[in-house]
Design a protein around this ligand. Sequence first.
Ligand code: P5A
Length: 450
Amino acid sequence: MRLSRYFLPVLKETPADAQIVSHRLMLRAGMIKQSSAGIYSWLPLGFKVLRKIENIVHEEQVRAGHIPMQMPTLQSADLWKESGRYDAYGEEMLRITDRHDRDMLYTPTAEELITDIFRSNVSSYKDLPLTMYQIQWKFRDEIRPRFGVMRGREFYMKDGYNFDLSKEDALHAYNRHLVSYLRTYERMGLQAIPMRADGGPIGGDYTHEFLVLAETGESEVFYDSAVTDLSFGDREIDYDSVEQCQGVLEEFTTKYARTDETHDEAVFNEVPEERRRTARGIEVGQIFYFGTKYSDALGAQVQTAEGEKVSVHMGSHGIGVSRLLGAIIEASHDDNGIIWPEGVTPFHAGIVNLKQGDAEADAACEALEKALESAGLEPLYDDRKERAGGKFATMDLIGLPWRITVGPRGLKNGVVELTSRRTGESEELAPEAAVAKLIEIYADHRVTGL
Ligand code: P5A
């Protein structure tokens, strides 16, 4: 992509109404524009990162054996009246009336809708287990939308739903989700800690939230500092293995880690004092086991091998896809701007031409652009006739992890400069060597999605 042809409306000024750094940087980097309170347009750069995150989520869900699908954003209120949540959900639900005076709503979550799909199509234990998910826009009329995409009214969520014959099977589905979430967040360069939480309007009392520690987080959390030493890493996991998934759950959830909703001072005090931490966190996901809450209410039953009819055991599992952009930026930035982890960066590398219009420099930049593209990488080539300082500032602000700087002086010696956004370190390399190095760096960070 050539920057001269792209749409990247960066702001020079710090927007006054943005209170936290991720919100400020997303506005300054031209990633989003507010359309009304808690509702945003995703400008090209923001949209690209959103898609990267979405694709990682897809890859990890499919890897865990979960089946992608899509449900509508607008639902009829009927199913919610049947489950009893239409009245219970409260003012966060955006209620709409259509021209026939039918009660509709903009989906805040989809337990009812998927349970209806299930009950219309599945009647035998032979079709279980089943986990389907979607990545879809949601709407919650939050009383205080704030911090940009962190607490939006319209937001993008991965929501998955498991249907199982027994509690035991449903808990395996729960554990499988926990494992897949650990992998998902780590691929985005994040440490998200599972913490015991509260079921809220979704229900159930067995639930974990995934929290990214950050001062600007909206949740108060209490944990044993030993949980921050855990990482899933690149270990292989068999998602069908009950033991393996259970083992990971135990490893990651045995030490004390709870949100304020479930915090228990007496239990917390059993943690050695020097390891007790109180902090703030950003909730980037939550998994629930709620048994037969929805299957009882909506009559989602299957026949067992013995011919008995039983309600299916269910859980639902969410990832805040759009909120993740904010969480990643909160966790990874400096005074000059965003620092994207390789896994989610909108472009793999920036190319800065120090002397636009110089035949040799232009040709070298174009050759680099071609070489990277033919290796399946996406460079952003700043081909504008601007001062070098301005070009560097833009690249730093938008946070591409690698920058190749091309100028007539280096080219005389056959080199370009490859700079890491994270460390600021540069090295001089032949252009082919810079391309080879980027190919190697990104070998572990390929995202294809569905
Ligand atoms: C699980 C999937 C649910 O809705 N039903 C389907 C369950 N869970 S949840 O915890 O309420 O939401 C899942 C994740 O969505 C993100 N999220 C938000 N992101 C941005 N703005 C909001 N207003 C918002 N509300 C929820 C969170 O990351 C949450 O963990």
